[in-house]
Design a protein around this ligand. Structure first.
Ligand SMILES: Cc1ncc(COP(=O)(O)O)c(C=O)c1O
Length: 225
């Protein structure tokens, strides 16, 4: 974030952080979503949820006010539409769920970090997440790298063992049909394409038991041995 903020400040740019998978994560002691304007998803799989929806964080009163206006049909005064707006209102019921989830976020994240520590110290033969000093990872995903073209076979093996796992994401953005056909993207990003072939996310959510963690580790290690 520091180099990004330096570029932004030099060129007077607003930074919009996609923090949709990182509620509570920190960069050099500072919460993500507090550098520029932060956007967070509250979809059910996220570290905290309101069922659907999301939130925006900002210290800038003008941005906050603009977001409030476009959220509600571009109105500042009721039924006076100053600009193009939308119906992006969150329901009170969803907000109530979200506020309770926010109180639990610290505990959820601690459990995720503890599960991640267990996985990283027991998994063998795969690349595990790297966290630089002074950064706090909240493990929305616990993503490993499976070398040697064995990723898809490991997925199959884990599924047979009853271990849920998922590839996030199988197709990089520049290879998505819409980008290729409609926007004319035609490029090769070798590191990205290699990652898309090798990444695999294992369960790390706060509901895992010790037994679950041991099952995951045994299933991966048996395959990679
Ligand atoms: C990094 C990232 N950005 C944006 C989104 C979109 O969030 P939503 O589905 O709440 O619009 C997601 C959802 O998975 C995400 O992971």
């Amino acid at each position: 974030m520091n180099p990004i903020m330096e570029i932004a400040s030099k060129h007077h740019l607003l930074v919009i952080e996609d923090a949709c998978q990182s509620h509570g994560a920190t960069y050099k002691g500072r919460a993500v979503g507090s550098f520029g304007a932060g956007t967070f998803s509250l979809y059910p799989t996220k570290n905290m949820t309101s069922g659907e929806g999301g939130m925006i964080t900002t210290n800038d009163e003008a941005i906050a006010e603009h977001c409030r206006v476009i959220r509600q049909h571009g109105m500042r005064r009721r039924y006076y539409h100053d600009e193009l707006g939308f119906n992006f209102r969150m329901t009170d019921l969803q907000a109530a769920v979200g506020l309770e989830q926010l109180k639990k976020l610290g505990k959820f994240n601690q459990a995720r970090a503890q599960n991640a520590r267990f996985l990283s110290s027991h998994l063998k033969g795969v690349g595990v997440p790297f966290v630089p000093d002074g950064h706090e990872h909240v493990y929305h995903q616990y993503t490993i790298r499976v070398p040697g073209g064995r990723r898809d076979a490991l997925v199959e093996h884990l599924n047979k063992q009853g271990v849920g796992c998922m590839v996030y994401y199988p197709v990089p953005i520049h290879k998505q049909t819409f980008y290729v056909n409609e926007l004319g993207y035609n490029m090769s990003l070798t590191e990205t394409e290699c990652a898309a072939q090798e990444v695999l996310s294992l369960p790390v959510h706060p509901g895992l038991s010790n037994e679950d963690l041991e099952t995951i580790v045994a299933a991966v290690n048996n395959f990679m041995a």
